[in-house]
Design a protein. Sequence first.
Length: 219
Amino acid sequence: MQDIQYRDFQIKLLPSINPETVIGVRTPLLRQLAKELWGTEQGQAFLALLPHRYYEENNLHAFLLERQKDFRQALRDLEAFLPYVDNWATCDSLSPKCFQKNLVPLLGQIKIWLRSPHVYTVRFALGMLMRHYLDGAFREEYLALAAGVQRSEYYIQMMQAWFFATALAKQYDAAIVYLQENRLDDWVHNKTIQKAMESYRIREEQKQTLRQLKKKINP
């Protein structure tokens, strides 16, 4: 399945991992493989082989976990896997389908993950908060949860900015307060505005307000 040109492209996007661990396999092929392996003895054996060596093995693991229908088992599997996630791409591609039907217990687990010392566990938690709790299940307290993560790591702050830019697109009146009242880290504040300005879901008059809220940060 290896594609050398794709491998070289991927390496440029994944500065946090060893280039020698990237094989160069396109995501649709990995998802198809996960579909074929799910429910087989070979698939179960693979899930038990942590830690993996290659980036694509971690992605395959993630795509297998997405197929788990039992919510409690999905959480157990994630608890075993998340400490080994070492890059943004694997983290962001992982979204178990059973989560959508278990939003109440999932929220409790997200709160635990947000306190993790592990960068990509926190990023994953913020991603799940963004994916599942900014639409019909939205409550203003979820914005406070995301804003309450006081971490300086780049990949956490980037996800915070992505969360609040998405919140501006979906829950503008509640989210804009966090910028107006300076409730975010300065870097997250400005990156949120940058991402929101790039969104087609935010109206021009809203963008005019956002432009005025951008902070001047001394280098």
